[in-house]
Design a protein around this ligand. Structure first.
Ligand code: 5GP
Length: 197
């Protein structure tokens, strides 16, 4: 915001992590669309193919593996991970640093390891939130009903979910998504409280 820019106040970094199917994207999109909190979404880069309806420069910057590797070598990422075998995801320095320096708050949707890295870089200016589905079975049902992934991909995501759950207690906050509206309200309040500090 202009006032923050003029006062030299830095923006905050909010990191939301969750196993896929936990409702994380729905929660983030809802908070962004509500416009109640001044937040900018950090668009990550990835070498995976776009899903139906996903747009380059909106959901992700879709890159070839070669371009992704070149971006790593050029130091363009503040963190990057091979979240699934052969599939790379990274947070671009230009997406986050400039916004924060200008006093804007940024929200990141990244995996648990990336969340730990961002917390280490931004310290007290970053807050990590883990969104948890009520159970692995609930996750499976959501991934199946979403209909965007093949059975083997769903199996891979569920195995990953079990691993990611192990990181929950290293995050600043855990929100259980057993009721979407409630989870949105809780996450939204955590963010406003953190930004308002
Ligand atoms: P999806 O392929 O479902 O969009 O994302 C798979 C996983 O990659 C999700 O857990 C998502 O949060 C994570 N992810 C997306 N962007 C980034 C990023 O820039 N860095 C890291 N470390 N993980 C990311």
């Amino acid at each position: 915001m202009d006032t923050d820019k003029q006062s030299g106040k830095k923006g905050k970094v909010i990191v939301v992590s969750a196993p896929s199917g936990s409702g994380k994207s729905t929660i983030i999109n809802h908070i962004l669309d509500s416009g109640e909190i001044d937040l900018q979404f950090s668009i990550s880069a990835t070498n995976r193919s776009p899903r139906e309806g996903e747009l380059d420069g909106v959901n992700y910057y879709f890159m070839t593996t070669e371009d992704f590797r070149a971006a790593i070598a050029a130091g363009e990422f503040i963190e990057w991970e091979q979240v699934y075998p052969g599939r790379f995801y990274g947070t671009l320095r230009r997406e986050v640093q400039k916004a924060v320096d200008e006093g804007r708050n940024v929200i990141l949707d990244i995996d648990v390891k990336g969340a730990m890295s961002v917390k280490e870089i931004f310290g007290g200016d970053a807050m990590t939130v883990f969104i948890k589905a009520p159970s692995v079975e609930a996750l499976r049902e959501r991934l199946v009903s979403r209909g965007t992934d093949k059975p083997e991909v769903i199996a891979e995501r569920l195995a990953k979910a079990e691993y990611e759950l192990g990181f929950a207690d290293r995050m600043d906050h855990v929100v259980v998504n057993d009721d979407l509206q409630h989870a949105i309200a809780v996450t939204s309040k955590l963010i406003s409280d953190f930004i308002g500090d």
